[in-house]
Structure formats: structure tokens, C-alpha cells
Design a protein around this ligand. Structure first.
Ligand SMILES: NC(=O)c1ccc[n+]([C@@H]2O[C@H](COP(=O)([O-])OP(=O)(O)OC[C@H]3O[C@@H](n4cnc5c(N)ncnc54)[C@H](OP(=O)(O)O)[C@@H]3O)[C@@H](O)[C@H]2O)c1
Length: 255
């Protein structure tokens, strides 16, 4: 039980990869705070964990809202104590489409969700982790960061994930030797609502991207959220820091 008695917060844990990370952490002994905007989905994940004999707390919140983040961390501290494992997984993929037609407000909202919120959460939980000499912070990124030109029509997403990795690796260097590890996770192409959302966009706006996502789905190339979460959890208990963990290294055949 590598996380026995540890307090974990998983953002975006209402469905998809985040839900499976939350379930896996609970099975590994952690008390897990489940955060997402949809109360119903948060409730389902909490129920799954409790039925499995684990400890979970529902924390319905929007990560882009600073006051909501503070309230969530307060509720977690009251129920379980300070966060010792932070998995920043919540993200949005849109807006998608030709960049000059994208609304700047939506572009900014993507980055507020995908990079500002994970950074703010890390800064909030880090002092207590350093004080206790133990902590785990993981940001869930994307393999697209290795090939930013490969997602035409997804400028906000690619920009935010690249910034997220830079933030994570820089923070890892800053916290080296404290007992707190800070790492990036690239989860692979996973069969979730996010993939489905891309497939249901107007193909004319994102022709190459739409084709790639639809082909991957039809050819059965997507991995399950469970498999992706398991690859992350296998790494998380270790002492490695400042690393980019790619599911492809664990699960997919080398190409
Ligand atoms: N699926 C893939 O193929 C793939 C590939 C590469 C990277 N990733 C990354 O993997 C992570 C999980 O993706 P997924 O595919 O599991 O996506 P998903 O099924 O869409 O789940 C995303 C989760 O994030 C939550 N969320 C989104 N915006 C939020 C906000 N403002 N505040 C709080 N929670 C919020 C969603 O719940 P609410 O909407 O209810 O808030 C949901 O629980 C993301 O970081 C994604 O970028 C996924």
C-alpha cells in the first residue's frame, strides 16, 4: 500500500483518466479528494471508491476559480489533512479550429484551466509538503508537446500543455532534495469523453485532427483510462523527480 494514509487530490476525477487515477490511489491506500465541476460525476467516482472500501471526499469545484480552489483545499484539510499527493489532471481541449477565428476569451480560458490552475494548486500545497519532507505532484500533459506542429487547430491546448511541462520541470528543479517529487505524465491516446468531443467537432474546422482522432478510434488504437492510470501510479510511488513519464514507455510497443 504505497500511499497508505496519504491525502491525495485528483483534479478532473469525475470521469476518464482522472477517475481511474483516483480509484487507483484509493486502492493504494490514499484518502482521495475527487475534484471536478460536475457534482454528479464527482459523486459517481466517490461512490466507486467507497464501494471498493476506500476513503473519498467529493470536492465539486471549478479549478479556474481561485476562491473555489481555496475552499476545496480547506475542505480537504478539514476532512483528511493537508494534500500530500496532487495529481493535476483536469483540462479542456478546446477551443479548436483555425487560430485566427478562435475567440481570445476561450483561448485564455483554456490556458487558465490547463496551466494557471495546476500552477496555483501546486504553489498552494507545496509549502506543507516541503515542511513535512514528503510530497508528490504530477501534472497530466500530452505527448503532443513533443510535436507541437502535430495538432493543427489546437493552438491553445498545445501552448498550455507545453507551458505546463516547463512549469513542472522548473518546479522540480526548485524543489530538488526536499522530499517532494514533481513530474509530468503523458497519458497516451485514451478512450475518454475528451477524445469523443474532438470527434464530434465540425470536420471542416480541423480536418487533419478530426481524421486522426476518428481513425484512432475506429482502428481500436485508444487505450483504456484504467491502463493509462495504472502506468502513472506505477511511477508515482518512486523517488524520481523532474521526469517526463510517457505511457508509451510502459504500455505501447516501441516504434
Ligand atoms: N484522452 C486522451 O487521449 C488524452 C491525451 C493526452 C492528454 N490527455 C490529458 O489527460 C487528462 C485527462 O483527460 P481525459 O481524456 O480523461 O478528459 P475528460 O474525460 O474530458 O475528463 C476531464 C476531467 O477534467 C474536468 N475538468 C475540466 N475542466 C475543469 C475545470 N475547469 N475545473 C474542474 N475540473 C475540470 C472534467 O470534469 P467537468 O467538466 O465536470 O469539470 C473531467 O472530470 C487531461 O489533462 C488531458 O489533457 C488526454
Amino acid at each position: 500500500m504505497p500511499f497508505d494514509g496519504r491525502t491525495a487530490l485528483v483534479t478532473g476525477a469525475g470521469r476518464g483518466i482522472g477517475r481511474e487515477i483516483a480509484v487507483g490511489l484509493a486502492r493504494a491506500g490514499a484518502r482521495v479528494a475527487v475534484l471536478a465541476r460536475s457534482s454528479a460525476q464527482v459523486g459517481e467516482t466517490v461512490e466507486l471508491i467507497r464501494r471498493d472500501g476506500g476513503a473519498a471526499l467529493a470536492v465539486p469545484a471549478d479549478v479556474t476559480d481561485g476562491a473555489a480552489r481555496e475552499d476545496a483545499l480547506g475542505a480537504i484539510a478539514d476532512a483528511f489533512g493537508p494534500v500530500e499527493v496532487l495529481v493535476s489532471n483536469a483540462a479542456v481541449v478546446g477551443p479548436l479550429g483555425p487560430s485566427t477565428r478562435v475567440d481570445l476569451g476561450e483561448w485564455t480560458r483554456n490556458l487558465t484551466t490547463n496551466i494557471i490552475a495546476p500552477a496555483a494548486l501546486a504553489f498552494a500545497v507545496l509549502p506543507a509538503m516541503v515542511q513535512r519532507g514528503w510530497g508528490r505532484i504530477v501534472t497530466v500533459s500530452s505527448g503532443i508537446v513533443a510535436n507541437p506542429a502535430g495538432m493543427v487547430g489546437g493552438n491553445a491546448y498545445v501552448t498550455g500543455k507545453a507551458a505546463l511541462e516547463a512549469h513542472t520541470l522548473n518546479l522540480a528543479a526548485e524543489t530538488a532534495g526536499t522530499g517532494v517529487t514533481v513530474n509530468v505524465y503523458r497519458p497516451g491516446s485514451v478512450d475518454t469523453a475528451m477524445q469523443e468531443w474532438v470527434r464530434t467537432r465540425d470536420e471542416a474546422d480541423i480536418p487533419a485532427l478530426h481524421r486522426r482522432f476518428t481513425d484512432a478510434y475506429r482502428r481500436g488504437r485508444l487505450i483504456t483510462p484504467e491502463a493509462s492510470a495504472a502506468a502513472l501510479l506505477a511511477r508515482l510511488a518512486g523517488d524520481g523527480t523532474g521526469e517526463i513519464w510517457d505511457v508509451a514507455d510502459d504500455l505501447l510497443p516501441a516504434t
